[in-house]
Write a protein that binds this ligand. Structure first.
Ligand SMILES: Nc1ncnc2c1ncn2[C@@H]1O[C@H](COP(=O)(O)OP(=O)(O)OP(=O)(O)O)[C@@H](O)[C@H]1O
Ligand SMILES: [Mg+2]
Length: 243
């Protein structure tokens, strides 16, 4: 469960990007966040793992209040929260396997050489994650040899290696063509269903949100404009949101 209580994000003492948002997301939900550019979607998502510090409010993952945690406990809880970026965030010159193993680093304490860090269990987890996103045959290929859709699937595999309860994804398919976007969204759906991972995803494309999400939150000027089960979202609301 993720629970936000009265979260605000204020940049440079003047831009109120998120304005007093409260929100509860149950384990296993597939939540879409939509809204115009600048409505606060990225800011909201990034506060959840404290990539952006809220100026006010509390963030709970299950019973833990993240805003109260110090370095070590914050690091531990962050393993449970994956974050997927629009631009994949891979090391382009490294292999797919190396990129995916990065997802295991949160479980390592010492600073040995990169490959010295990982044991058989890490390799098993990495291989399973690559299998799950249909990219096992790309294990030893360099990341810069992959298509955009494949890179985003590597990013998903890397996140799966964290063994997350929650995956936050900020416009993960906005750089992809329509067919690659669908394929990547299908993988999000599959891991949501198979692993019961909560997915919170920012999307520009309302049709994708309607197709894949079970619940949609619309933001307008940093506030929740509506919060509905996907079947209850109507065209009138969407028109008002985007006008
Ligand atoms: N690091 C920052 N410093 C200052 N202002 C920021 C910063 N990041 C975002 N903002 C401002 O906060 C507001 C919300 O931005 P945010 O990026 O959260 O919106 P968004 O809904 O994700 O937009 P987009 O759809 O374009 O990605 C905007 O007015 C933006 O200019
Ligand atoms: Mg954004």
């Amino acid at each position: 469960m993720v629970k936000l209580e009265n979260i605000s994000v204020l940049y440079n003492q003047k831009t109120l990007a998120v304005d007093d948002i409260s929100l509860k997301v149950e384990q296993g939900e597939f939540l879409g966040i939509i809204g115009l550019s600048g409505s606060g979607k990225s800011s909201l998502l990034k506060t959840i793992n404290l990539l952006v510090k809220p100026s006010k409010g509390r963030i709970y993952v299950d019973e833990t209040d993240l805003t109260k945690l110090k370095d070590n406990s914050l690091r531990q809880i962050r393993r449970e929260i994956g974050f997927i970026f629009q631009d994949y965030n891979l090391v382009e010159r490294s292999s797919v396997l190396e990129n995916v193993l990065v997802g295991r680093l949160g479980y390592k304490s010492s600073l040995k050489s990169f490959f010295g860090l990982f044991d058989n269990n890490d390799y098993k987890i990495a291989t399973e994650a690559l299998e799950q996103v249909g990219l096992k045959e790309k294990t030893f290929v360099r990341a810069d040899q992959l298509s955009g859709g494949q890179k985003q699937r590597v990013a998903i595999a890397k996140t799966l290696c964290q063994n997350p309860k929650i995956i936050l994804a900020d416009e993960p398919v906005s750089s992809l063509d329509a067919s690659s976007a669908q394929i990547v969204m299908d993988y999000f759906k599959m891991i949501n269903e198979k692993r019961k991972i909560t997915i919170m995803i920012n999307l520009h494309d309302v049709n994708l949100a309607k197709k894949y999400c079970s619940r949609i939150i619309a933001l307008k000027n940093g506030r929740i404009f509506f919060d509905e089960k996907v079947g209850d979202v109507d065209d009138q609301q969407l028109q008002e949101l985007y006008q």
